[in-house]
Design a protein around this ligand. Structure first.
Ligand code: FE2
Length: 343
C-alpha cells in the first residue's frame, strides 16, 4: 500500500467513527448500476395442494382460530419477510361458522376468492360482500372489515396486501374493532352502475368493494375470442376504480390475463414486482432461463426488473392468471420503466 493509500484508509476509518462515509467509496457501487436495479427478490412458486394441506392441519393444531386467523403467508426465499419486496400474499382458510374478527389498518388489502360460497361474506365499512369463486373483494386503507363463513364447508381465498411496502416505509397502524362482527348498513349500491352516485354521505359510503367474477369473466372471454392481446402479456385486463378510472389502490393494481393454448409472450421486464394466481390452466414463467410451472390455484412471485416470458403449455385449454402489481406506487414516484427484448 502506498503512503497516500495508507493515509486515505486511515482517514476513512476516522470519519467512519463519526458515522460518515466518503463518496469515493460509494461511487464504484453506482457505476455497477448501469443495467438498472438488481431484482429485490427471487421468482418462486407455491403449490396450491401443499399450502391447502398445511392449512387443513390448523384445525388440529389451532382448533380455536378466533383472533389468530388461519392464514399461511408466502415468504420469498430471498427476503427476510414479504412475498416480493413490496407485496405480501397468502392463503386464508376458514371453517364453517367461523369469523375472522373485525379490524382496520393503514395497509391496503384484497381477497381473491378460491373456494367461495354465497353464504361467505366480507363486510367492508358495513357493506356485506358475498364471496363467490374468483370474486375480487377490496379492503382499502383504514376500512373496517371482517369475514364470516355461513356455509357448511371450508372456504379459502388469496390475500394480497401492500404491507411489505408499508413496513419498509414505517407506516403501519392497526386497530381491532370492539366486536367480532360489524353491523351491516341497510343501503348499498351493490355492483353499480358506476356512472350514478348518490349525492349524500361520504364518498366511501358508496365505494365499490366487490368485483364479481360473473361480470368480469364474460368480458375477458369476449376479448380473448378477438385475438392474442398484447405481445408481452396476452389478453390482459386491469380492474379499475369506477369513480376515478385509475388503479384500484394507490399502491397496487389488479389484472386478469388470458393466454391462448400454446401462446408465449415476448421477453419483457418492468421496474415493478408482481404476484400471480392461476385461476385455471397450466403454464410456465421463465425468468433468466429458469422456468416455474404453474397449475390451477398455484401462486408465484415475479421480481422487479427481470427478463421474463409467460407460456401456456396446454395445446387445447386457455390459462387465466389473476395478477397484483406494485405498479401504481412505482408510477406515483415516476420510477416506472419497462423494456421489451429484441425479437
Ligand atoms: Fe385486515
Amino acid at each position: 500500500m502506498t503512503e497516500e493509500n495508507t493515509a486515505l484508509a486511515a482517514f476513512n476509518a476516522r470519519v467512519a467513527e463519526d458515522h460518515l462515509v466518503g463518496n469515493w467509496i460509494v461511487e464504484p457501487h453506482l457505476a455497477s448500476l448501469g443495467d438498472g436495479p438488481k431484482p429485490a427478490c427471487a421468482p418462486y412458486l407455491w403449490n396450491w395442494k401443499t399450502v391447502r394441506d398445511h392449512l387443513l392441519q390448523t384445525f388440529t393444531v389451532l382448533p380455536d382460530a378466533e383472533g389468530a386467523r388461519r392464514v399461511l403467508t408466502f415468504l420469498n426465499p430471498a427476503l427476510p419477510r414479504g412475498t416480493t419486496h413490496t407485496l405480501s400474499s397468502g392463503i386464508q382458510l376458514i371453517g364453517p361458522g367461523e369469523v375472522a374478527p373485525a379490524h382496520n389498518h393503514s395497509m391496503n388489502a384484497l381477497r381473491f376468492v378460491i373456494e367461495g360460497s354465497s353464504k361467505l361474506e366480507t363486510v367492508v365499512n358495513g357493506i356485506p360482500c358475498p364471496m363467490e369463486n374468483y370474486d375480487l373483494i377490496l379492503t382499502p386503507s383504514y376500512s373496517l372489515h371482517d369475514h364470516y363463513n355461513g356455509s357448511d364447508g371450508n372456504v379459502s381465498w388469496l390475500d394480497v396486501l401492500d404491507v411489505t411496502l408499508y413496513g419498509r416505509l414505517n407506516q403501519m397502524f392497526f386497530s381491532p374493532h370492539d366486536e367480532p362482527r360489524q353491523a351491516h348498513r341497510n343501503v348499498t349500491l351493490g355492483e353499480g352502475p358506476a356512472w350514478l352516485r348518490p349525492r349524500w354521505g361520504e364518498p366511501q359510503d358508496w365505494s365499490q368493494y366487490r368485483f364479481p367474477w360473473a361480470e368480469t369473466y364474460p368480458l375477458l372471454k369476449r376479448l380473448a375470442s378477438q385475438g392474442p392481446g398484447s405481445p408481452t402479456n396476452g389478453v390482459m385486463l386491469e380492474y379499475t376504480n369506477p369513480v376515478t378510472g385509475g388503479s384500484l389502490f394507490p399502491t397496487m393494481s389488479c389484472t386478469l390475463q388470458w393466454l391462448h393454448p400454446g401462446q408465449t409472450t415476448r421477453r419483457y421486464r418492468r421496474t415493478t414486482s408482481s404476484i400471480y394466481f392461476a385461476i385455471q390452466g397450466q403454464g410456465t414463467l421463465t425468468v433468466d432461463g429458469k422456468s416455474l410451472s404453474w397449475g390451477q390455484h398455484d401462486t408465484f412471485a415475479l421480481p422487479n426488473w427481470v427478463w421474463h416470458t409467460f407460456a401456456n403449455t396446454s395445446k387445447s385449454e386457455p390459462t387465466i392468471l389473476f395478477g397484483v402489481h406494485d405498479e401504481p406506487a412505482i408510477r406515483a414516484l415516476s420510477m416506472y420503466r419497462d423494456q421489451i427484448a429484441e425479437a
